[in-house]
Unconditional design. Structure first.
Lengths: 144, 122
């Protein structure tokens, strides 16, 4: 690892057309950090899912607002913070979907969240007057 | 930037939807249109070719959920084929192999339809 405690930021409008820019940003920064390909793909997916939720639910009924991505490399881990100014969305209160449920019993809103839980090592959510911030942690030495 | 594309090829009574690129919440509507068109044309036997799909998020997986009941109610199916390992892993995490037939190749998926047809006529 050549860099430590380095933070990069990307600010985009909450439009689905920006998801590819969001993934490119994460992929580029995670590659710079020396993460393995599987870990890079997992962070990209988790951030995509979180931003999709913000765009489709957080800012629902509002004009497209800002999504601020911050990517921070520390000695043992990567921290990705996603800040928005839409409606509060508390991920820890959303139940995980029963992936073995019969077809007709499934609800699909929770799939993205389920993927986030499967791929990230830690998830933290904080909401205040200054916005909603979701923080993902991925350790360098974790298997996935 | 052409980040996602689809094309449809009919092979007898089976339609093959070929996917290319990145399937996410932004590009999923293009695939929804494909399914809507096929259903409107009464073409319910569908194979989805994933060989050139680089990426999928849950919004992409949701498309397959949205149409499967209608298609199966019309004696059809959506069979999936040719996924790379990463894409398969996401389907697998979400339990899709219990709900969909997933094949290594498009040819195997087509073969499965042909075998079923043979059984129907007996």
């Amino acid at each position: 690892l050549t860099q430590s405690n380095k933070t990069s930021e990307l600010v985009v409008k909450s439009r689905t057309g920006n998801l590819s820019s969001i993934r490119d940003f994460i992929s580029s920064k995670a590659s710079d950090a020396g993460l393995a390909k599987d870990s890079i793909e997992n962070i990209m997916l988790a951030v995509d899912e979180a931003c999709t939720n913000i765009i489709q639910h957080g800012y629902k009924g509002m004009n497209p607002g800002s999504i601020i991505l911050s990517f921070r490399i520390e000695s043992t881990r990567i921290l990705v913070q996603i800040t928005d100014f839409g409606q509060i969305f508390e991920p820890v209160e959303t139940p995980k979907p029963d992936i073995e449920a019969a077809l007709e019993d499934r609800e699909f809103g929770g799939l993205g969240l389920f993927l986030i839980y499967q791929t990230m090592d830690n998830i933290d959510y904080h909401s205040s007057e200054d916005g909603n911030t979701l923080t993902f942690t991925k350790f360098f030495n974790s298997d996935d | 930037m052409a980040e996602f594309g689809t094309s449809i090829e009919n092979k007898g009574d089976v339609s093959v939807i070929k996917l290319e690129g990145y399937l996410d919440a932004h590009t999923a509507p293009a695939l929804e249109n494909n399914f809507t068109e096929l259903i409107n044309d009464n073409r319910f036997k569908i194979v989805v070719d994933f060989r050139d799909l680089a990426y999928i998020s849950s919004a992409g997986l949701g498309v397959f959920m949205a149409y499967i009941e209608k298609i199966r109610n019309n004696s059809g199916d959506i069979k999936l084929a040719g996924m790379n390992e990463k894409v398969f892993n996401i389907f697998d995490l979400l339990g899709f192999p219990l709900l969909y037939e997933i094949f290594d190749t498009v040819e195997e998926a087509l073969q499965k339809y042909n075998e079923s047809k043979g059984l129907d006529t007996k």
